[in-house]
Design a protein around this ligand. Structure first.
Ligand SMILES: *Cc1c(COP(=O)(O)O)cnc(C)c1O
Length: 399
């Protein structure tokens, strides 16, 4: 078959360019020393930043949830799949942003991807004149949401508040939506949210903040980027994911109650999908308690201290550690092949660190993306830094 031949040719091309993705198969739960394809490794690649993905308290709550609610929800939320425990979870999530979004309500989605496409396409259906303003490094799910929204979308350069101001000034749209990641997933830096929000207030625009890598981590109570920056505005639409730091699955959007009610009517990824199992919502209630409580605080402190251990341990000459105060600690290597070689060399030494290549990052900025977890040991992180130093120096000697 001709189509199948062209497909195989394309895969071979990816191989030649060093761009073919393969999956490693883990035989362990999500822990910092898993067995992967039969080999024990030190893993620095998950988004389980607080180390809650395999937490016995949350696992017990999930068991309990299954006892209470069985396994499936049976239908979408609007038909018959909306359970009391979903409702309780949404109320609890709304309380996380109550200091930052007036009249806040929350809507729980099965995944962050679905939340982002649902919000953007749902809000675009509000009016004939909607325009979206998107940060250059936004996550793919936001980009796909803009495509589904089928309204004009302008991209502004990374963290370029002036460029965003110019675009907003030039816009004649009735409804303007600025969209940004709070923590950039491949760089680890923070968006200048206070300045962006001030612009949105001046221009009457909404600001959708994707806090996938900030929820549970930023702010004293782990409420996320809005708490970190001390923001409060009715212009804010907050998206947090629950499969990363929260250690379970799903995501939520929190905003003014009427906006949330509109999404219930018009967010197609919410309306036309089976509700996620109520047992997960039950488990998430425990996860949220941990995040807000003293253990969550202790985990955030451990993470900060591991970030210092890593940055102090690295002695790089040509590679560049990006300036990042979050658990995402990228080291830009440059070319695809050298980045792949570095990841392979780390793997041989027993470290699982992914090499991130285009199209996920711009060409020429392939990188090692180290992610830290509160469950890492300080010695484990110090040894990783030494291993990275040795590999960089030996690649340099070869070059
Ligand atoms: C992971 C991620 C998402 C998607 O969330 P899922 O729950 O994994 O679907 C959205 N935005 C950003 C920035 C992410 O990192």
């Amino acid at each position: 078959m001709k189509a199948l031949e062209s497909l195989r040719r394309r895969l071979a091309q990816l191989d030649e360019q060093g761009l073919r993705r393969v999956r490693r198969t883990s035989d362990s739960p999500c822990i910092v020393q898993p067995t992967v394809d039969g080999r024990p490794l030190h893993a620095f690649c998950s988004n389980d930043y607080l180390g809650l993905a395999n937490d016995p308290r949350i696992a017990r709550a999930l068991h309990e949830g299954v006892e209470l609610f069985g396994t499936g929800s049976g239908a979408s939320h609007l038909i018959s799949g909306h359970y009391r425990v979903h409702q309780r979870l949404e109320e609890r999530l709304a309380s996380f942003v109550a200091d930052h979004v007036p009249q806040a309500q929350a809507l729980y989605f099965s995944t962050g991807y679905m939340a982002n496409v649902g919000v953007l396409a749902g809000l675009a259906a509000l009016d004939d004149s909607v325009e979206i303003f998107s940060e250059q490094l936004n996550h793919a799910s936001l980009i796909d949401g803009m495509r589904l929204a089928r309204v004009p979308a302008r991209v502004y350069a990374h963290c370029d508040v002036q460029a965003l101001d110019a675009l907003l000034t030039a816009s004649k749209a009735n409804i303007k939506i600025v969209v940004t990641d709070s923590v950039f997933s491949m760089d680890g830096n923070l968006a200048p949210l206070p300045r962006i929000l001030a612009l949105c207030e001046r221009h009457g625009a909404w600001l959708l903040v994707d806090d996938a890598h900030g929820f549970g981590l930023l702010g004293r109570q782990g409420h996320g980027a809005l708490e970190h920056f001390g923001l409060r505005s009715e212009h804010l639409i907050y998206m947090g994911t629950l499969g990363k730091a929260a250690g379970v699955a799903g995501a939520f959007v929190a905003a003014d109650a009427s906006l949330i009610d509109w999404l219930v009517q018009r967010a197609r990824s919410y309306v036309f999908s089976t509700a996620s199992p109520p047992a997960l919502a039950h488990a998430l209630l425990t996860s949220l308690d941990i995040i807000e409580g003293p253990d969550g605080m202790a985990r955030r402190e451990r993470l900060q201290s591991l970030i210092s251990t890593l940055s102090q341990g690295l002695r790089l000459r040509r590679w560049q550690r990006l300036e990042s105060s979050t658990a995402i600690q990228p080291i830009v290597v440059g070319g695809n092949e050298p980045a792949m070689a570095a990841a392979r060399a780390l793997h041989e030494l027993g470290y699982w660190v992914p090499a991130i290549r285009p199209p996920t990052v711009p060409a020429g900025t392939a990188r090692l993306r180290i992610t830290l977890s509160a469950n890492h040991d300080p010695a484990q992180v110090a040894h990783l830094a030494e291993a990275v130093n040795r590999i960089e120096h030996s690649q340099e000697a070869e070059a």
